[in-house]
Each structure stands twice: as structure tokens, then as C-alpha cells.
Write a protein that binds this ligand. Structure first.
Ligand code: MCN
Length: 791
């Protein structure tokens, strides 16, 4: 029996293969390939005076050494600026290999190709680069001071200044009964997937075609970029994404320097070439995020209701801007969360620094925005002596105000309009789940035992399922197997399972007859990629629409075979049945045979189909006009605008009165991602996100020295939470369906991480009675804050 799988806790079908060590990651491929290592800049800012490779060329096993001077054609041009924006007046991107200047430690300067990585690394050690060091601009304060410039032609180190306004915020604040000002900051962090980046390229000189395997979140864009850079016709390039050991945003950039250099070398050398990133390279030369400083002015009344909000912030965009202004734009709009701010003004400056580039890291600008808004809510509650949950409730957008138009422009260039959500209901669930109203009794009890505890909460709204489109292809094979292809890639989100759940329901086939492929441009060419929590909404909807099309076709063919009306048919368990007539059925494999007039099928379905085949009418063409042979179809889904998921987290912490150690006692989540396809996967996604949120709040930060050296570029020094630091996570769901897509779904992939810092800061502040204005916070920083208070 086919039962409804949408919404069911189906175990992930990809897991047995992955957890038994049978995944195939980039470095499992290409054992015949030459390997690459890079000479990377040891300076944060320097002029390249000379490169001497004479010692390197002596090494046995060396194949080639390339510098910028070797890059021909469009390879010599800077890498593309992926998301231009009218306010990005000073966008800069890097060259695949540095030309005459380096702008961060880790920038690739020389590419070495050798018979294996050992030889390549030996050669790297023998290449001499003569640099003239220049003053390094490190951190937001130095960038704002602009005593030195990262790019001499960019005044004030400002890549862009952008303002959005809805109403006259300054006037509304000035006229409000109360005004507060806060300075809030978040430090640099980064995604740390278990598998770093990597690329393998094979050039087929007979066919003049290139096959690229890359650990990416966007295979179709890499295909376009590689073809353009190498001057190849696009149809000569295919990109395949093998299993990917995590991305978390860092693998979105298309292309990375290595992603064009490796294919370029493979074509030049007529031999497969491969590069896999090592951990230090990942730290210094991939991408970071999060670093922002914010100044908030807010005007509110005696009830804690906002009248006006004005936020100025400064975003550290690193040395180049391949991803445009996407992160600060997200902060500037998503900061508002579930609230009506009254009049709103936001202004940000995106600043160059001599540090590695910034691209979206799971949450992408939202953790900063959430921190700003939620700290502001807590500050208002504190100033008025009101309950923190109550202040939030009073400022929520109500369900009857949906769709809610903020009068601003969202990151996709469309109006910022929330489609649905019931924030009061979410808050009610959360306060019940965590026992908000009973906390004072618990605090008193803890205090009597000499323990210091605090409770905090944070709310967020997340634009998900961003367009412009995603597509799907569904084909029923003659053996009844259903092959589903979609172009975006997968990094561990359970896409195979959830897409199969959708198709199983739509098409009426058993779950285990469905095979899903993603991220292979040979199978599906039109796709945007996996980021911005968009797969469930975008590919889920596209695949559902496609399956519906294929279902209609199956019913048309079966109606003829069974001599019944389409309206009387249903598909159950992979068989088309005449409703109420149990004997009259045809399996989908046989329908697939009938869909192809050639009918050379060599399996059992062919035999079963013969009994239904009617003699050909000599006057009718074997394939009807407009009908293609084969039981398959393609469709696309393009949303009018993003759909907005939301959630609320509450945290209970205990802080050690002596050591200032911070322990999370409880972590509660209420999460609303519209209709849920697979609650088990959603909860897994939330768990992973919360772990990263805890990391961002208490442990992870990139420590740059004033000279631009990353001082903690290894897991010896960069702290990440272990399982022992990630608390038990208690989750409750609310489902307010999105009216914008056929499934009612909203995204879930980034949810867990967004309010982590805000909620944990709120709880620490509650435990300590000390304002927490900057994250992450370590025990020694908390200790210092205490000492300063007691002075
Ligand atoms: N889902 C669901 N019902 C919904 C929404 C989602 O069942 N209403 C489930 C689906 O099974 C879907 C999964 O949740 O496969 C995540 O859905 P979605 O929100 O669409 O996010 P994406 O699949 O587009 O994944 C991207 C998102 C992002 S932006 C980052 S960053 C991230 C994340 O996913 N990186 C990850 N989760 C990750 N998980 C792993 N293991 N590795 C990463 O690199």
C-alpha cells in the first residue's frame, strides 16, 4: 500500500551508505590525477616583486609551475563579481593567481602541479617569492579609521554604503517617550565542514570536453564559470558534485580560484588534475563571516512598543567582494524579525580589510541581525522593568496582519513581505516548553544552593526559498524505477529522502522504487544551487509539479490501455487502477513501455505491456503531436517572492560564580517552517544549526593579529563545541503553511543557528545582571565584565 509519506518521519535513505563509509567524496576520486599545491601569501598586504621557481623545477615529479603570467585569455581577468548591486560602487574581486599584489594571508600566488601532493608540497617549499610588505588593515576599527587603504583606489576602505528607510525613523525616535542607544558587535567566525573544498578535472582531448568534479553547493554555476574562463563552449563542460562533507555556505562561491585553475591546468596538460584543500588552507584562504559592529537608536513608549528604530552598522567584507553585499543586506532587512519597528532606518558600510573574503556562512547575516534586535528588546524590557517575553509579544506582527509588507527591499531585490506566521502562538508554545513563568521559583531554588542561573530568549524570521527558480525531472523506467533529478546539490540535508517522499505521494509509487540524483549537470542543466534554505521550497515544489505532470501522462496512457476514463483511474503502489474495479490494473513500468512506440524493452514489463498494446491505426502517427515518447517530464517552480520561516529559542544557563564558566542547562526551540515534509530531518537540521549557534556564542572566533596573521588557524586553537558542549535540544513545531508554493513549505536549513548568540547572551545577562553587548563570550571575558562592574 502506498501511504502518505509527506510529513512522515522517514529514516534518511542516504544514511546507510554514508555512515558505513561508502560515501564518495572528492578525494576518493581521481587516483590517476596529478595533484596541486599552492604557494600562498604569508603577508596580509604586500606587493609581489619577484617569483623565483628555479629551485622548485629541480624536484623530481614536478609537472608544472604556474604564476599569474601563465594565465591566458580570460583566466588573466579577475574572477567574476557574482552578485553586483547598484550601491556596490567599489566592488573588487581577486585574480585566480595574485597578479602584482596580495591582500590577505593565504591568497594563492603560485600553482604547483606534480605527480602527487607530497612532491607538490616540496616544490611549494622551494619557490621564492620576493614581497614588499605594505601596511595591513585588520578589523573594522582599522578599516573605518582608514589610515591605510586595502585598495588604493577605494577611499575610506568602503566598498559600499547602503541606506534603506521606511518612514522617518529619526523623527519618530526623537518624538518617542523613551530613547535607548546600544553598541553591539559580533566577531568573525567561519563554517568548518568536515570536508574542505576540492576539485578534480579531466580533459578528453578526442571529444574536446571537460568533466569537473567539485565539492560545491552550485554545480551549474561552476559549469558556466569554467566554460567562460577557459573559453570553452558550455556544452563541452560538465560538472558533477560527488558526496559533499558539509558546506554551510562556504562552498557557494562559484568559482573559487582553484575551481578554474585546476580545470585550466587539466586542459593544458591533457591529464587529470586534482586539488583538495587542507585544513590550514580552509582556515586562511576559503571564507569567513559574521564580523559586524552596530549602533542602535530606538524610540519606544511606556508599554515597550517601538516607535522608531535606527541602526547603523559596519560590515567587514574581507579583501574582496565576490558575493557583493549579500550578507549586510540580509542583516539590514532580516534584523526586524517578527516585529513592527515603527519607522525604520538602516545604514551599513561594507569595509575592506586585509583578511580572507567573506561569504555567507549558515544564517548569513541573520545571527548578527537577530542579536541586534533581540538585545534591543531585552534592553527595553530592562529599562521599563517589563517581562522580556511580554515586550516581544507587544511588538509582534499579528497573524491577521499577514501578508505583512515592511516597505523595504529584500535581498532578492523584491519587496520585503512576510507571507505567513503566527508569532504569538510560537511564543506561547516556547514559554510553555521552557517553563518561562515558573523560572523565578527555579532561580530562587538555585540561589539557595549557591548556584547562579539565568533564562533568555530570542525570536527570528528567516527569508527562505529564494528564487528565481529550480527544476526537476522525473522519469519512470520500464522496470518501474522512478528516477528523479534536480540540479541543486546536497551536503547532508537528506534531499534524496525528502524528494523521494514528495514523488512517492504525488506519483503513487513506493518510496524504495525512487532514485534521486542531484548536482550533476549531465542530468539536469538548469539550477541555481543549495543555499538560503531553498531546496525544500524550490526543488521540492519543482519535483512535485513534475511528478504531477508525469502522473497525468501515465493516466492518459493507462486510460487507453485499460479502456477507461482518466477520471476513473488512480495510481496506487506503482499500479494504475480503475477505481472500484480491482482486477483492472497496469503497472507503471508497463505504462512506460507503452509510452514509447518503439517498445524495445527487454524486461518483464515489456511482456506485460503487450497485452495492452492496441493495433496501430494507420492514419495516426505513433507519437501524438505535443507528446514526447517516454514516461517522463520536466517542470520548474518559480516563486513570486521568498517565504518567511520563523522560530524562537529559549535558553537556561548556569554561570559559575568563581570561574565564570558558562554552562547551558536547557535549550528549547519552537520552529515554524510551514508544512513539514520530514520532521526527523527538520529536527536534525535544527540540531546541527543549534550546535553552530552555541559555537558562535561561546567558542568560535577568528583571532587575527594586527599584522593580519590568523593566530588560531587550526583545531588546536579554534574552539568548536564537542557533543559535550551541545545541550540536549527540546523542540516543538508550529506549521503555518506558506501560501506561495504548492506544498506550503518554508525552509529549515539555517533555522537553528540564527538566534543562538542572541538567546545565550540574553540568558547570561539574566544570570549575571551585566549587559552583554558582544559575542562570542568566553569565561575569561565574562570574568573581566564582572571585574569591571565591581570596580
Ligand atoms: N525540510 C522539511 N520540511 C520543510 C523544510 C525542510 O522536511 N518544511 C527538510 C528537508 O528534508 C530538507 C531539509 O529540511 O532537505 C533542509 O531544507 P531547506 O531548508 O530547504 O535547506 P536546504 O536543503 O536548501 O539546505 C541548505 C541549508 C543551508 S543554507 C546551509 S548553510 C546548510 C543547511 O542547509 N548547510 C548544511 N544544512 C546543512 N546540513 C548539513 N548536513 N550540511 C550542510 O553543509
Amino acid at each position: 500500500m502506498t501511504t502518505k509519506l509527506f510529513g512522515a518521519r522517514i529514516r534518511r535513505s542516504e544514511d546507510p551508505r554514508l555512515v558505513t563509509g561508502n560515501g564518495r567524496y572528492l578525494d576518493d576520486l581521481g587516483h590517476d590525477a596529478y595533484e596541486v599545491a599552492f604557494v600562498r601569501s604569508p603577508h596580509a598586504h604586500a606587493r609581489i616583486l619577484d617569483i623565483d621557481v628555479s629551485e622548485g623545477v629541480e624536484v623530481d615529479g614536478l609537472v608544472a609551475i604556474y604564476t599569474y603570467q601563465d594565465l591566458d585569455g580570460r583566466m588573466g581577468e579577475p574572477l567574476p563579481l557574482l552578485i553586483p548591486h547598484p550601491t556596490l560602487t567599489h566592488g573588487r574581486t581577486q585574480h585566480a593567481l595574485a597578479r602584482d599584489e596580495v591582500n590577505y594571508v593565504g591568497e594563492a600566488v603560485v600553482m604547483v602541479v606534480a605527480v602527487d601532493r607530497y612532491v607538490a608540497e616540496d616544490v611549494v617549499g622551494r619557490v621564492r617569492v620576493d614581497y614588499e610588505p605594505l601596511p595591513a588593515v585588520v578589523g573594522i576599527d582599522a578599516a573605518r579609521a582608514a589610515a591605510d587603504l586595502v585598495h588604493p583606489d577605494v577611499p575610506g576602505n568602503a566598498a559600499a554604503v547602503m541606506v534603506q528607510e521606511s518612514g522617518d525613523a529619526e523623527a519618530a525616535i526623537d518624538a518617542a517617550p523613551h530613547v535607548l542607544e546600544l553598541d553591539l558587535s559580533i566577531e568573525r567566525s567561519a563554517s568548518m565542514p568536515m570536508e574542505g573544498k576540492g576539485v578534480l578535472a579531466r580533459w578528453d582531448s578526442d571529444d574536446e570536453s571537460l568533466l569537473v568534479h567539485t565539492s560545491t553547493q552550485t554545480s551549474t554555476s561552476v559549469r558556466q564559470a569554467v566554460a567562460a574562463k577557459l573559453g570553452l563552449p558550455v556544452d563541452r563542460v560538465e560538472v558533477v558534485t560527488p558526496d559533499v562533507g558539509g558546506g554551510f555556505g562556504v562552498k557557494i562561491v562559484h568559482p573559487w580560484p582553484e575551481e578554474v585553475l585546476v580545470p585550466w591546468a587539466a586542459v593544458r596538460l591533457g591529464h587529470p588534475v586534482k586539488w583538495t584543500e587542507d585544513r590550514r588552507e580552509h582556515f586562511v584562504s576559503s571564507a569567513h563571516e559574521r564580523a559586524q559592529q552596530h549602533h542602535v537608536r530606538v524610540g519606544y513608549d511606556d508599554e515597550g512598543r517601538l516607535h522608531g528604530l535606527s541602526v547603523r552598522f559596519w560590515h567587514d567584507n574581507g579583501a574582496y567582494t565576490p558575493y557583493g553585499l549579500i550578507v549586510p543586506i540580509i542583516t539590514s532587512t532580516q534584523l526586524l524579525g517578527p516585529y513592527k519597528p515603527g519607522a525604520y532606518r538602516v545604514e551599513f558600510t561594507s569595509l575592506y580589510t586585509n583578511t580572507v573574503i567573506v561569504t555567507p556562512y549558515r544564517g548569513a547575516g541573520r545571527p548578527q541581525g537577530c542579536f541586534v534586535m533581540e538585545r534591543t528588546m531585552d534592553a527595553i524590557a530592562d529599562a521599563l522593568g517589563l517581562d522580556r517575553a511580554e515586550v516581544r509579544l507587544r511588538n509582534f506582527i499579528r497573524p491577521d496582519e499577514m501578508p505583512y509588507d515592511h516597505g523595504l527591499i529584500f535581498q532578492d531585490g523584491r519587496p520585503l513581505v512576510y507571507d505567513s506566521g503566527d508569532f504569538p502562538a510560537s511564543l506561547d508554545k516556547l514559554t510553555k516548553l521552557v517553563g518561562w513563568d515558573d523560572f523565578e521559583a527555579y532561580r530562587a531554588q538555585a540561589r539557595s544552593e549557591g548556584r547562579r542561573v539565568g533564562i533568555g530568549l530570542a525570536c527570528y524570521v528567516e527569508g527562505t526559498g529564494v528564487g528565481p527558480y529550480e527544476g526537476g525531472h522525473v522519469r519512470v523506467e520500464t522496470d518501474g524505477t522512478v528516477v528523479v533529478s534536480t540540479g541543486l546539490t546536497t551536503q547532508g540535508q537528506g534531499h534524496q529522502t525528502m524528494l523521494a517522499q514528495i514523488v512517492a505521494d504525488e506519483l503513487g509509487v513506493p518510496f524504495d522504487r525512487i532514485r534521486v540524483t542531484t548536482g550533476d549537470t549531465r542530468r539536469f542543466k538548469y539550477a541555481v544551487g543549495t543555499f538560503a534554505s531553498r531546496t525544500a521550497v524550490m526543488s521540492g515544489s519543482a519535483v512535485a509539479l513534475t511528478a504531477r505532470k508525469v502522473r497525468e501522462k501515465a493516466l492518459r496512457i493507462a486510460a487507453q490501455a485499460l479502456e477507461a476514463s482518466v477520471d476513473d483511474l488512480d495510481i496506487v503502489d506503482g499500479h494504475v487502477e480503475v477505481k472500484g474495479s480491482p482486477g483492472a490494473t497496469i503497472d507503471l513500468g508497463a505504462v512506460a513501455v507503452l509510452s514509447n512506440p518503439l517498445r524495445y524493452a527487454f524486461d518483464e514489463a515489456a511482456a506485460r505491456a503487450t497485452q495492452f498494446a492496441t493495433p496501430a491505426d494507420p492514419d495516426t502517427p505513433p507519437v501524438a503531436p505535443g507528446e514526447a515518447p517516454g514516461l517522463e517530464g520536466t517542470d520548474f517552480y518559480s516563486p513570486p517572492r521568498s517565504t518567511f520561516a520563523n522560530g524562537m529559542h529559549a535558553v537556561v544557563v548556569e554561570t559559575d560564580p568563581d570561574t565564570a564558566d558558562i554552562k547551558i542547562l536547557r535549550y528549547c526551540v519552537v520552529h515554524d517552517c510551514g508544512t513539514i515534509i520530514n520532521p526527523m530531518i527538520v529536527e536534525g537540521q535544527v540540531h546541527g544549526g543549534v550546535a553552530q549557534g552555541v559555537g558562535g556564542a561561546l567558542y568560535e572566533r577568528m583571532e587575527y593579529g594586527p599584522d593580519g596573521q590568523l593566530l588560531n588557524a587550526s583545531f588546536m586553537d579554534f574552539l568548536m563545541p564537542y557533543a559535550s558542549e551541545v545541550p540536549e535540544i527540546e523542540i516543538d513545531h508550529l506549521e503555518t503553511p506558506s501560501p506561495l508554493n504548492p506544498l506550503g513549505v518554508k525552509g529549515a536549513g539555517e533555522a537553528g543557528v540564527i538566534p543562538g548568540s542572541a538567546a545565550i547572551a540574553s540568558a547570561i545577562e539574566d544570570a549575571e545582571g551585566i549587559p552583554i553587548r558582544s559575542m562570542p563570550i568566553s569565561p575569561s571575558e565574562l570574568f573581566d565584565l564582572r571585574s569591571r562592574r565591581s570596580v
